[in-house]
Design a protein around this ligand. Structure first.
Ligand code: ADP
Ligand code: MG
Length: 581
């Protein structure tokens, strides 16, 4: 039974296995390594995951969800069709798909995984990720920080001399910066800092906002499908700018068409407030490390690392252009796969050692005296401590005859407890006595997954290690069983193969986005695919796919250059009109 490594990304997820002495990315059914982290509920109640679901973000935005990772561990729910989902359930569906792809590829059952998470994920988000895996039928053998996975693989691949490097992982929704010290075969993560709400998605949002501003449009007033399409255009223009100097974005409302020319200067201007936040995170990481010393190399990973304006910005900041890692959006998955290899004790990886640090400080709320109303933090584990970390401290009673001590456990850097994230509570009995006589020894252990364990022993001999945790993330056993049952009920859409589904969804989207003869052509393709999917011959179906794939690609590229793409809110049936230039 194989163990897999998974990069469960905000935008894209990848799965990797370590075998025959190397980390190997596993392709999905449509033949790509990246699986879109998108989920859609179909009219028959079944669920579609991946690229085909991503297409439906535009055609059926109300039934589709993406970027749900940034909501992991929160109360936010998603309504898709007539079903309600928690972010961890949506992540579980992505994980289930990846697991299925891995099983098909490896030809054996897969039940264990190493999953990467943003270094800055807090305890709630980590627990939610573990829960998502459980829902998908995967046991998590290790949660590895994404930048640590990247560092691990980068080091493994390019085995240089002893050095200090900075890894910047800039993805779709999160930014992680870590400082890594490499000494022989030891890779030590010495500091991390990050922002869980900063990524390529924010850049797309800034472009969309600018587009709307320039054209006197209000984003919220656009039809959801048009808005989703505008986002896609904005993203495409952003990506195009990594190679070209400018890119066009066009939409049309009724008789009027709107446009924006995105130049590098404009993109840089739009990115600037976001880049200032990148800068803050970088300097935080520098401050978080214990030892100073030269950073020999800055390595960029993550999809957004390919932004040339980011390279420009960092070059100004560091006085030297950072290196974009080879395969920047695959390296985290490869690192997770390598980590799975280490966990499985692959011979040749025996001497590769990696240590990680905790990104947050952890402690309990404590009072200065009986009249103190606003408790401050007593930290048991400081941020940047090497994992696993463990520390104990004694806390004394404040009142005469006090018979219990209650500990509120927090994660964060604020002086006052109320500024930090509350993780849970623990109450322990002490023998009634004079104030300050009795106490409890509290022990915090932060494991290598970045998950906290708390226990307490009182001077009266009481012992507790059951935390009362965030009720949203930590379910009771009954709720747990219920969630598993609910997940079992969800069927993956079985309409044709995934490749066929993707082609069909793409054709449906292009139908929505085009006009006139192109639209008719799309309609013809839709019918052709639908009929083709009913054919019993595998060969005939494969042939159909190949043919349609080419035609769709052509149609898509034509539509890209078409200034008139959508027609919404038109009352005079002007849908028939062709390009207006
Ligand atoms: P995540 O880890 O968050 O799932 P990825 O690392 O796959 O995300 O990065 C996805 C982000 O990278 C998206 O915002 C996407 O627009 C952006 N991206 C992908 N390719 C490029 C490119 N060539 N230039 C700029 N941005 C890119
Ligand atoms: Mg990523």
């Amino acid at each position: 039974m194989a163990m897999i490594g998974i990069d469960l990304g905000t935008t894209n997820s990848l799965v990797c296995v370590y075998r025959s002495g190397k980390a190997e990315l596993i392709p999905n059914e449509i033949g790509t390594f990246k699986t879109s982290s998108a989920v859609c509920v179909m009219p028959d109640g079944s669920v579609l995951v991946g690229a085909a679901a991503r297409e439906r973000l535009i055609t059926y935005p109300k039934d589709t969800a993406a970027s749900f990772k940034v909501w992991m561990g929160t109360e936010r729910t998603f309504r898709l069709g007539n079903k309600q989902f928690k972010p961890e359930e949506l992540s579980a569906l992505v994980l289930r798909q990846l697991k299925q792809d891995a099983q098909r590829y490896l030809g054996e059952p897969v039940e264990e995984a190493v999953i990467s998470v943003p270094a800055y994920f807090n305890d709630d988000q980590r627990c939610a990720t573990k829960f998502a895996a459980q829902l998908a039928g995967l046991e998590v053998r290790r949660l590895i920080n994404e930048p640590s996975a990247a560092a691990l693989y980068h080091r493994y691949r390019s085995a240089g001399g002893d050095c200090q490097m900075m890894i910047i992982d800039f993805g779709g929704g999160t930014l992680d910066v870590s400082i890594v010290e490499c000494f022989e075969n030891i890779i030590e993560i010495t500091a991390i800092a990050g922002d869980n709400h900063l990524g390529g998605d924010d850049i797309d949002r800034a472009i969309v906002a600018c587009f709307c501003d320039t054209n006197g449009l209000t984003a919220e007033r656009l039809e959801p499908s048009v808005l989703a399409s505008l986002y896609r255009k904005a993203e495409a223009a952003k990506i195009a700018l990594s190679a070209a100097d400018s890119a066009e974005i066009n939409i049309r409302q009724g008789e009027t068409s709107f446009r924006l020319t995105l130049t590098r200067e404009l993109l840089r201007k739009l990115c600037d407030p976001l880049f200032q936040r990148v800068r803050t995170v970088i300097s935080q990481a520098m401050k978080n490390r214990e030892r100073s010393g030269r950073i020999d190399d800055v390595i960029l990973v993550g999809g957004s690392s390919q932004l040339s304006v980011l390279g420009d910005f960092l070059e100004e900041l560091f006085g030297r252009r950072p290196t974009v890692a080879a395969g920047p959006d695959e390296i985290v998955a490869l690192g997770a796969g390598l980590c799975a290899g280490i966990r499985e004790r692959a011979e040749e990886l025996q001497d590769l050692v990696m240590t990680d640090v905790c990104p947050f400080s952890l402690g309990v709320a404590t009072y200065n005296g009986p009249r103190d109303q606003n408790p401050h933090m007593a930290f048991l584990i400081q941020r940047s401590s090497i994992l696993p970390a463990s520390h104990s401290e004694n806390f004394y009673t404040l009142h005469d005859n006090q018979d219990a001590l209650r500990f509120r456990i927090y994660q964060g850097e604020g002086y006052f407890a109320s500024e930090n994230l509350k993780l849970g509570e623990l109450e322990i009995r002490v023998p009634p006595d004079l104030a300050g006589k009795q106490y409890a020894a509290v022990t915090f252990t932060y494991d290598i997954d970045g998950i906290l364990h708390v226990s307490a022993r009182s001077s009266g001999g009481d012992y507790r290690d059951k935390l009362i945790l965030n009720p949203h993330v930590h379910l009771t056993e009954a709720e747990h069983a219920q969630a598993l049952e609910r997940m079992k009920q969800i069927r993956l859409s079985a309409q044709g193969t995934q490749k066929e589904q993707l082609l069909l969804e793409k054709a449906l989207r292009l139908y929505q986005q085009t006009f006139g003869s192109r639209r008719e052509f799309a309609a013809g393709l839709i019918e052709y695919i639908r009929t083709g999917m009913e054919n019993d011959s595998r060969i005939a179906r494969e042939r159909m796919c190949r043919e349609v794939q080419e035609q769709l690609a052509e149609l898509e590229s034509e539509a890209e250059h078409d200034p008139v793409e959508w027609n919404f809110g038109a009352e005079d049936g002007s849908e028939e009109s062709g390009p207006d230039e």
